[in-house]
Design a protein around this ligand. Structure first.
Ligand code: 6GU
Length: 233
């Protein structure tokens, strides 16, 4: 899978060199490139924003650098990958909410392009133009406000990347997780069996795999009811 991230703060993404995603990049399972939007400016000050038409607070990202960035990255999709149409994702608090299903759908794509805007936003025409190059999705992390899309894209790339076959060493660990089956994860314990007067639930020491599976499922239901009743519908 190929991932391109465009940002005015590329060093936000240095953390993607670490851990499982870092290894996946080294082995070539993930082709992840981070680009500085300013590389597609042509003025002395490498300007990426300007004042909003109609007035108002803050600045708006200019369309020209975005147009050039998307042209180049979408064209590279055309040349290389099996699917010639990239999915172009703009993180936005005004977008659809990102869920595990979103991550699963996006993990099946050949080429994702992430365009990180600042909160005041990107000139609206960029989204229209992007739709002529690929499938455009505006995606939010949830109902709160961040200063820009970078942190949201970090979260999305990690959630998507770990679903690519070979990124997570033991694929079974992907199955028994919060949200994969619509429920929260069951509690986990390790040695010692007694710690600061607290015992591990005895059933986990019983060796009865059927009983353990049943107990874990009950724990999932109980936790989901208590913490996230909205997931039970
Ligand atoms: Cl994707 N962007 C920004 N700026 N704020 C957010 C968000 C995204 N998701 C939640 N809040």
């Amino acid at each position: 899978m190929r991932l391109d991230v465009v940002s005015i703060f590329p060093s936000y993404f240095d953390g993607l060199a670490l851990s499982l995603l870092g290894r996946a990049r080294e082995t070539g399972i993930l082709e992840l490139s981070v680009h500085d939007l300013r590389d597609w400016t042509h003025d002395r000050h490498r300007t990426v924003d300007d004042t909003p038409y109609g007035g108002g607070a803050g600045m708006v990202m200019k369309p020209e650098p975005w147009g050039l960035a998307l042209d180049q990255l979408a064209k590279e999709s055309d040349a290389g990958a099996a699917s010639a149409v990239p999915t172009i994702i703009f993180p936005s608090p005004a977008g659809e909410v990102f869920t595990q299903k979103t991550a699963r759908d996006l993990a099946a794509e050949e080429h994702l392009i992430f365009g990180c805007g600042r909160y005041e936003g990107i000139d609206e025409r960029v989204f229209e133009y992007a739709a002529s190059l690929g499938e455009v999705r505006l995606i939010s992390l949830g109902d709160y406000v961040l200063n820009g899309g970078e942190v949201a894209v970090m979260a999305m790339v990690e959630a998507i990347g770990r679903l690519i076959p070979g990124v997570v060493g033991n694929p079974e660990s992907l199955v028994e997780e919060s949200h994969e089956d619509g429920l929260l994860e069951y509690p986990s314990y390790t040695k010692p069996a007694l710690w600061r007067e607290r015992e591990v639930p005895p059933i986990l020491l019983s060796g009865n795999h059927g009983a353990i599976a049943k107990w874990r499922h009950e724990q999932q239901l109980e936790r989901t009811r208590a913490r996230r009743p909205d997931l039970l519908g």
